[in-house]
Ligand binder design. Structure first.
Ligand SMILES: N[C@@H](CCC(=O)N[C@@H](CS)C(=O)NCC(=O)O)C(=O)O
Length: 206
C-alpha cells in the first residue's frame, strides 16, 4: 500500500494527501518532521537525503519533492482526470505547479511564517506587509488566468490546482489585506466544496 511520511500541517504534505484522496487511493500515513522527528533517522535519510517531508513509498518506488509526487500519483492513477491526457492541456495546468513553487512561495513564506509561526513581539511587520503586497500582485496574475475557466487547467480540476490550492487556503485564512479578485475568489470557493480539500487542506493553521 502507498505509504506517505509527513506531518499534516505541512503545506507540501497537504498537496500529497489531497491528491491521494482526490484519486481515491488507499494509503498509510506516518507523522514525520518538526516535533515528530523521524526525518533525521538514518533509515529516513536513506529514502530522503534532504531530511524533509513529504516522502512516499509506492510499492518500492521511493519519491520526494511534493510536486514530483503529485505528478507521479496523477500520471499513475489519474490519467485523463488529474493528469490531462493531452500534453498541451497538461502543460497548461502543470506550469502552475512550478509557478507556485518558484514565484509565489517566497512572498507566501514570509507572510505565513511571519504571522503564523512567529510570536507577535518578534514579527517584522514591514517585511510581512511587503510580502503581502507582492503576493496579492502575483495572485492577480492567477485571477486573470482564471477568467472564463473553472480551474487552472480548464474546466476540469487537475494537477495545477493542487499546490496553489494549498497556498490559497492559508492566504484566505490569514488576517491580511486581500483585494477582491472575482475569478480567484470563485475558484477558491470551488475548491472549498471538494471533500478532499476540506479534509486535508482546510485545517487550522499552525
Ligand atoms: N521542495 C520540497 C520542500 C520540502 C519541505 O521544505 N518540507 C518542509 C515542510 S513544508 C519540511 O520538511 N520541514 C522540516 C520539518 O518538517 O521537519 C517539497 O516540495 O517537497
Amino acid at each position: 500500500m502507498l505509504k506517505i511520511w509527513g506531518r499534516t500541517n505541512s503545506v507540501n504534505v497537504k498537496k500529497v494527501l489531497w491528491c491521494a484522496d482526490e484519486l481515491g487511493l488507499a494509503y498509510e500515513r506516518q507523522d514525520a518532521g518538526m516535533q515528530f522527528g523521524v526525518v533525521n533517522e538514518p533509515w529516513y535519510r536513506e529514502m530522503n537525503p534532504n531530511g524533509l517531508v513529504p516522502t512516499i513509498d509506492d510499492d518500492g518506488l521511493i519519491l520526494w519533492e511534493s510536486n514530483a509526487i503529485v505528478r507521479y500519483l496523477a500520471a499513475q492513477y489519474g490519467s485523463g482526470t488529474l493528469w490531462p491526457a493531452d500534453p498541451g492541456r497538461r502543460a497548461d495546468s502543470d506550469k502552475w505547479m512550478d509557478w507556485t513553487t518558484s514565484t509565489l512561495a517566497g512572498p507566501y513564506r514570509d507572510v505565513f511564517w511571519g504571522l503564523v509561526r512567529t510570536p507577535p513581539e518578534k514579527r517584522d511587520t514591514a517585511q510581512i506587509e511587503a510580502a503581502c503586497g507582492k503576493g496579492n500582485e502575483l495572485l492577480a496574475i492567477v485571477d486573470a488566468a482564471l477568467k472564463g475557466r473553472g480551474f487552472l487547467g480548464g474546466e476540469q480540476f487537475s494537477i495545477g490546482d493542487i499546490p496553489l490550492g494549498c497556498f490559497a487556503y492559508a492566504w484566505y485564512e490569514m488576517p491580511i489585506e486581500r483585494p477582491a479578485m472575482r475569478n480567484l475568489d470563485a475558484w477558491y470557493r470551488r475548491l472549498c466544496e471538494r471533500p478532499a480539500y476540506r479534509k486535508h487542506v482546510m485545517l487550522p493553521l499552525s
